[in-house]
Design a protein. Structure first.
Length: 330
């Protein structure tokens, strides 16, 4: 199709293309070699080449000591995650892959009440979260993990009295922009209305004050995320090259960009192009506003082993990470 995976709104930089090919070759070579090193302690479910860039990682099997309403970050940023409204009850017994234990349940609680009781997770600071500084000024980012639809989506808009008013999106997982109010993002996986049809998308914003770009999957979202089935999803954001990609169960997903031109402003000097030099406002999972001031885009879903990396990983690494988990290396 004309707008298939790997499309871009400008030509790929030759140097970046060369580096990408070399990186993929090196990854494949390392896997074939018998001497590949194991992941660092505590990262058994993480493919070895990804561990150094794993800024935040939540498997929902590790409550913060003395506070079961928070989840411990097993990435290098050490950013505790708040389990909003549901607390410890949001950890449920459900394994997305061999070796997994518990999963995170998010859900809309009172669809007809304008309140703040939806189950969601995240962390937020209006001044930016310092421990997430790995995403400050990066040239790329990756969001990946396991997702399972457990109920209706999209859901009734609880902020309006209209009984037929539904949210136009379903929040999955993402990193907030540096100037975020709890909704605006730098890198996000979600379901959102594109030209009247709900689609699985990667939505990214390079500059806090700049425009966003969306890469939307062509296939019906309910085929990509069937109700009651665990699916591994990944979204990569290359801020320097101006590209995004989606993956399902380790394989690229065909899709198209929704904005033409150069919305990220990557054409011309200076190089390389980076995200804003600001610490992200936080992380959001299963809905917006992790500070719990407003309800928006709730997800009746489960999540497992969510990973937030400070670079755009290669297609080979996405595949290898998926295989690493499903074959029980975790």
């Amino acid at each position: 199709m004309a707008m298939s995976r790997g499309n871009r709104w400008r030509a790929r930089k030759p140097a970046i293309r060369t580096l990408g090919v070399l990186a993929t070759a090196l990854v494949c070579t390392s896997i074939a070699a018998p001497g590949v090193q194991a992941s660092p302690p505590g990262h058994g479910a993480v493919f070895p080449t990804l561990a150094p860039n794993l800024a935040a990682y939540y498997d929902f099997d590790h409550p913060v000591a003395g506070n079961a309403t928070q989840e411990r970050d097993r990435g290098f940023s050490d950013t505790p995650l708040d389990l909003v409204n549901g607390g410890a009850d949001m950890r449920v017994r459900d394994s997305a892959f061999p070796g997994s234990g518990r999963a995170l349940q998010t859900q809309q609680v009172n669809p007809e009440v304008d309140g703040n009781d939806d189950w969601k997770a995240g962390v937020y600071s209006a001044d930016g979260v310092p421990t997430l500084s790995a995403f400050n000024g990066v040239t790329g980012t990756t969001v990946m993990g396991w997702f399972k639809v457990t109920g209706t989506n999209p859901n009734l808009n609880s902020t309006t009295p209209d009984p037929d008013d539904y949210y136009n999106a379903v929040g999955l997982a993402g990193i907030l922009s540096g100037n975020s109010d709890g909704h605006g993002v730098r890198a996000l996986l979600e379901l959102i209305n594109v030209d009247g049809e709900l689609r699985l998308v990667a939505l990214g914003r390079r500059a806090d004050s700049g425009s966003s770009q969306t890469f939307a999957a062509s296939e019906d979202w309910q085929k990509l995320l069937p109700k009651g089935e665990w699916v591994h999803l990944a979204a990569t954001f290359d801020f320097d090259n101006g590209t995004m990609a989606l993956y399902r169960n380790g394989k690229p997903v065909d899709g198209f960009y929704t904005v033409s031109g150069d919305p990220w402003g990557v054409e011309g000097e200076p190089e390389p192009d980076r995200a804003s030099a600001t610490d992200p406002g936080g992380i959001k999972i299963g809905g917006s506003f992790p500070q719990n001031t407003l309800e928006r885009n709730p997800c009746n879903c489960r999540f497992d082993s969510l990973m937030f990396l400070d670079r755009s990983v290669s297609p080979a690494e996405v595949w290898l990470q998926y295989q690493w988990m499903v074959r029980g290396r975790g």
